[in-house]
Design a protein around this ligand. Sequence first.
Ligand code: NG1
Ligand code: ZN
Length: 543
Amino acid sequence: AWALAAEAKGKTDYSRKHEKAIEYGTAGFRSKAVDLDHVLYRIGILAALRSRVKGATIGVMITASHNPVADNGVKIVDPSGEMLEILWETIATNLANVKDDELSATIIQIVDQEKIDLDKPASVYFGRDTRPSSPHLSNAAVEGSTLFNASVKDFGIVTTPMLHYFVAAYNSNNEYGIPTAEGYFSKLTSAFRAFREEVISERGPDCGDYTPIIVADMANGVGGPAMEQMAKHLKDLLTFEFFNVGEGELNHESGADYVKVRQTLPKRVRIKSKDRCVSFDGDADRIVYYYQDQSVKFRLLDGDRIASLVAGYIKNLLDIMGMELNIGVVQTAYANGASTKYIKEVLQIPVACVHTGVKHLHHKAQEFDIGIYFEANGHGTVLFSKKAKVLIKALREDKSCYNSSVYRLAGGKRSAARKMLTFIDMVNETTGDAIADLLIVETILHARAWSVETWENCYTDLPNRQLKVTVKDRNIIKVIDPQCHIGEPEGLQEDFDRLIGLFADGRAFVRPSGTEDVVRVYAEANTQANADKLAVHIAKLVH
Ligand code: NG1
Ligand code: ZN
């Protein structure tokens, strides 16, 4: 171990060239790409160690998602496709920040502390987004893993959720799926096709207000090539018109984050009134829907809408199946208040609120038999417990109804069970996945025979505004709960409360971002002008 650790230190290409500290945050490490050489190299080493601890393949994804093109980042994917365990986030932060001459000792410390046997095999899967800096950073990480004798498989340019899927599929001995791009597309699209056939065999081909045409803004990220492949599989069922598929700068004036935060159309997209449009983010783990109404007003259907749509439909299938499963929706403070109210009061489904950060939502959703989690920004998925899967499968196989007078009813139950099972195959249970989520939304809209407007009519969003404030040290702000009440600086929450009290339906909070050097401000109120005003006043209190 000492020999390897000493050799690790010797790689001068990947020496630490600056003193800036970096933290494994809500989405791994993120920073300016030029500052990341040593971080990627060290993460490559750490992934090789982690693989030995878990006795499984580990993933390393090089991306900075929706951030500008000059940024980059990296995150580790654990064996079942989930985010890196929290304890190891600290280990990763420490390893990324030590001085070059402390590197060997730090590696040895991890090896000792975690009782890692370096003679055991290790295996690491790599993926990266379309950033110009990604190939170089990927090489740095691959070198780190190879030095520590890991076998390495580089999937090249793939979406973040695809890499999560590859890791989960491989470690499940192909039970979750085949760990190749073709395996991924074929799993999702076969399920999509099977679901449609089930609906059409029941109802006939008439799908009411649903139209199978989608305008898709790919933000010049990995979603472009991936979606073009996916679309080929489904060309008889869905028609896509793609924009921002690689000709321009990544995430520039386009993509899910731009559309959501600015509440406006992406640039370089041609749409007609009522076209159903989607935007992905740069690594295709987020999706938002939108359209332009007759008065050319922009209408957004964000992650909260997707959660409501999915939760309502699943609850409906459960009712048909007569199955009592514990279903819940998980949101963060960024969820629109109207969506929370709708899910609780109209759908009668419990809603949990957790701290921002995908891992918090994912963990909470695992507590339900069916846990639906979405961030307002469009990142989310649906998780099904083992128990749920077993019960639904048993119902699908239930033949008792063949001889009974309740044939029709039982047939309906079995059909709902078949739908649920194909639905499970269509979601990416490892993480939010723009492609899988698009297929889910299209499936439900088609099954319900809804247009995008019918979907939007479920509830009316409370007007809201998000702002960013740059401060000297964003971490002096400490939030104490998922609703983002302020613990420190003392007295700030009281100032907020006084201000919020002046606005009808007012709600507002701030928190330090985990991915950018800013404090984020969110405000909601009865009118757009009031939401804007509240956000600006809150921002002033933070400055
Ligand atoms: P930060 O920068 O910590 O707000 C953003 C999103 C998170 C999450 C991470 C990536 C908002 C307000 N924040 O984090 O929800 O998606 O990126 O995991 O959308
Ligand atoms: Zn992303």
